[in-house]
Design a protein around this ligand. Structure first.
Ligand code: ADP
Ligand code: MG
Length: 388
């Protein structure tokens, strides 16, 4: 299966030209082997619209959609041979699981024994043999979602499209179904495209992730690359919990080091070899305003003042069992609304030592985990992209 989207856009026409909504803007993607593709981004960023254009449920305003080399823009949904699973699984309430799964196949005039064979295979894969003769009202949410997946599988599509299929389930079931869907993907020979606003689902399930914002692709990458090498501040902030810490800083090259001025005039000097390769224009010896990002897990509490450590003042600690979040601020001895302060810092640590509020502690950044972004509206990484 090869899927190709070339400059695909969706414009919802308003009454006047100014009312037009560009829901998807120049979307480009090529998938040429079996992948678990995840479209992720905040609500309203165009994920469902893109998926629906692939399914044929929504017209493509501009651009081209190819499947296995064939232009699909004008091909009707039923001839695209894709299967879609939605958040509200939309099973027919008066039909059993078997009948629900068989329904579409009967309409396609597939012989009865072939239908039986496909359903038998699907229920084995999904472990729902015992549900075959039950109606949806006698099933749990997770069971219904499994039947909905079964209904998609029996169609033997060349592509699975899933739109937030787990968002109606409670947290525990969601985690369980996440694993089930990944297992299902492993068993089948078919690529998946999976839409979610949940970065944990994206990171745990995706083999390739498309991060979207306001209709525009921000980055297409493998999960570990998104986490390690975000191309801009949006991606950096979207992937990972708690969110990356961000600060407006200035940087200045001095010989073979970079001097970084952090909030409250804290200075950090880092040898250029310790950082990823910074674009030349930032290394001219002048001061440059940039945004520094550091993940909570890359900030470490140290026992005493050292060359590269800063003093911060704690506000609260949250014990999450396996880890502890320490909230603190670079500003010392002041009253402040800590979570909103531009000098606040979140530290993730893997022990249970707690600090009482207003404790002064010393923290250090992992130098090679420091992210730097431009301070213009693009907020792009100022590291050379090829330097991973
Ligand atoms: P997501 O699935 O990422 O939450 P959608 O793809 O559903 O986002 O929507 C993308 C954007 O397109 C949103 O701003 C939404 O309001 C807009 N939109 C969706 N459907 C329509 C429509 N029929 N008419 C006008 N705007 C729409
Ligand atoms: Mg949606």
């Amino acid at each position: 299966m090869e899927l190709k989207l070339i400059n695909v856009s969706k414009i919802y026409k308003g009454k006047k030209k100014n009312d037009d909504v560009v829901a998807v803007d120049n979307f480009n993607l090529t998938i040429d082997k079996k992948e678990f593709v995840v479209f992720v981004g905040p609500s309203g960023c165009g994920k469902s619209t893109t998926l629906r254009m692939i399914a044929g449920l929504e017209d493509i305003s501009k651009g081209e959609l190819y499947m296995d080399g064939e232009l699909m823009n004008k091909v009707e949904p039923k001839f695209r041979n894709v299967a879609m699973v939605f958040q509200n699984y939309a099973l027919y309430p008066h039909m059993t699981a078997y009948q629900n799964m068989a329904f579409g196949l009967k309409n396609m005039h597939i012989p009865k024994d072939e239908i039986d064979k496909r359903i038998n295979e699907a229920v084995k894969i999904l472990d729902i043999e015992h549900l075959l003769h039950r109606k949806p009202k006698a099933m749990s949410g997770g069971e219904r979602q499994r039947v909905a997946l079964g209904r998609a599988i029996v169609r033997t599509p060349r592509l699975f499209l899933l739109d937030e299929p787990l968002s109606n389930l409670d947290a525990k079931l969601r985690a369980q179904m996440r694993v089930e869907i990944t297992k299902l993907y492993d068993k089948l020979d078919t690529p998946f495209i999976y839409v979610t606003h949940d970065q944990v689902e994206a990171m745990t399930m995706g083999t390739i992730i498309v991060v979207m914002r306001k209709g525009v692709i921000q980055q297409i990458d493998r999960p570990e690359n998104l986490y390690d090498f975000p191309k801009n501040r949006f991606v950096a902030g979207f992937i990972g919990t708690p969110q990356m810490n961000f600060y407006e800083v200035s940087i200045k090259r001095v010989l073979n080091s970079i001097e970084i001025t952090l909030p409250e005039n804290n200075k950090l000097k880092v040898g250029l070899v310790k950082l990823r390769k910074i674009k030349d224009e930032y290394l001219d010896g002048n001061e440059h305003k940039v945004i520094l990002g550091i993940r909570p897990e890359h900030v470490h509490i140290v026992s005493k003042k050292q060359d590269d450590s800063f003093q911060v003042e704690t506000t609260i600690c949250e014990n999450l069992g396996s880890e502890t979040l320490v909230y603190a601020d670079f500003a010392l001895g002041k009253d402040k609304n800590i979570r909103e302060s531009t000098s606040s810092i979140v530290i993730k640590k893997y022990d249970r030592n707690l600090y009482s509020p207003k404790s002064n502690i010393f923290v250090e950044f992992e130098k090679d985990k420091i992210h730097l972004f431009s301070s213009d509206e693009k907020e792009e990484t100022i590291y050379q992209i090829d330097d991973k």
